[in-house]
Design a protein around this ligand. Structure first.
Ligand SMILES: C[S@@+](CC[C@H](N)C(=O)[O-])C[C@H]1O[C@@H](n2cnc3c(N)ncnc32)[C@H](O)[C@@H]1O
Length: 363
């Protein structure tokens, strides 16, 4: 079998793009460390300060997804869940972070409790302290095995775009749903590693004449951020498309703007959002965000194409300039922990002074 051929499900019992053996590699381990670092660096206050959580964007999302005039937080767009599907009995969240969405859904009475699987033990502690009804296990979802027909609600809020073994995970989700189960997906589905296409960048340029928006440098997008986001819509459609109950796409213009704009351009966000809505309605651009509600289909998962070790390295750790590599060596040295603390402190100060720094998560 060549690397380009799909791995046969059943030939080795696995349907994986990356194997557990490859997950032991230095590149994969480094991405894990970067994910854990990113989770440690963001608390509730810092999340609220991210550009992606700008009040105009939250109001736009509420209006588009929930039909509400304006609302912060999750209330504006998750209300339909309780009306259409609530309350649920047995709920699972994948990549629950610090439990923001879960605690909201517990508060509305939609869910009685949440089981969860999340990489970061620190985030899990935080989620449990926030609400004792969130019971999160620490683990790597790329290799998750879920119990069959166990959950009547599964939440994927900003996690699938961090995963590599998407075919496997989507198959596991379908298997774990009860026959009346519901899957809610809210994800970044734009270009892998935020390497925006020219049509998208031109659309931003038309919305904000004079703005020069570029994709971030590839090596600057760390961890598993958006590692296969470009494949997500197709794979969701394969696994769940036959039983899709709601699907909304948007963010094709405002997301690259938010990632690439200078802080001083942020006052132009309302014009960018108008362009975003026009693009979403006309379908002229593929979306960067997708919200979907799906039911169990029982379909066999799509077949995963195995990544070679070279592909794993190239995707997770593209060549970094010399200066960046030197800093990374320093981080791995005994002085690493002190440097990390200093970096966090400087970042905190930068956020306080300027709002937020350039690279931020997609959710
Ligand atoms: C963008 S955050 C979203 C967190 C949360 N769902 C929210 O919306 O606040 C992505 C989360 O995925 C977790 N994560 C990343 N890769 C993972 C993996 N391979 N297995 C489990 N969790 C992972 C990170 O630790 C982080 O908490």
């Amino acid at each position: 079998m060549t690397q380009q051929q799909p791995r046969q499900i059943g030939s080795d019992g696995r349907n994986l793009a990356v194997t557990p053996e490859q997950a032991e590699s230095v590149w994969y381990r480094r991405a894990i460390d970067e994910e854990l670092d990113a989770t440690r660096a963001l608390d509730e206050r810092q999340l609220a300060a991210l550009r992606i959580n700008h009040p105009s964007i939250l109001a736009y999302r509420s209006r588009l997804l929930g039909g509400r005039a304006s609302s912060g937080g999750y209330a504006g767009w998750t209300e339909f869940l309780l009306d259409a599907y609530g309350p649920r009995r047995s709920c699972l969240s994948l990549g629950s972070g610090i439990g923001r969405v879960e605690s909201h859904l517990l508060g509305t009475g939609f869910a009685p409790s949440f089981e969860a699987v999340e990489l970061s033990p620190a985030a899990n502690r935080c989620a449990g302290e926030r609400d004792g009804r969130i019971g999160a296990l620490s683990g790597d979802l790329n290799f998750v095995q879920l119990p069959e027909r166990r959950y009547d609600f599964i939440l994927c809020h900003g996690i699938l775009h961090h995963l590599i073994n998407l075919e496997h995970v989507l198959g596991q989700i379908d298997r774990a749903l009860t026959s009346d189960g519901v899957l809610l997906v809210y994800e970044y589905v734009g270009e892998n590693r935020w390497q925006f296409g020219s049509a998208r960048l031109e659309a931003v340029g038309r919305a904000v004449p004079g703005a020069c928006i570029r994709s971030p440098r590839r090596h600057a997008v760390r961890g598993f951020e958006s590692v296969r986001s470009g494949d997500l819509l197709g794979l969701l459609d394969h696994q769940f498309g036959a039983r899709c109950e709601r699907a909304v796409g948007y963010g094709g213009v405002y997301f690259p703007f938010v990632v690439g704009a200078d802080d001083r351009a942020m006052h132009l966000i309302d014009g960018v959002i108008r362009a975003d809505e026009a693009a979403a309605q006309s379908g002229e651009l593929t979306p960067c965000y997708h919200m979907g509600v799906y039911r169990k289909t029982g379909r066999p998962p799509a077949r995963a194409r195995a990544w070679s070790d070279e592909e794993l390295r190239e995707r997770l750790a593209p060549a970094r300039p010399l200066g960046v590599r030197a800093i990374e060596e320093l981080r791995r040295s005994p002085a690493g922990p002190t440097l990390r603390r200093a970096r966090r402190a400087v970042r905190g100060m930068v956020r306080t002074i300027r709002g937020v720094d350039q690279m931020e998560p997609a959710v």
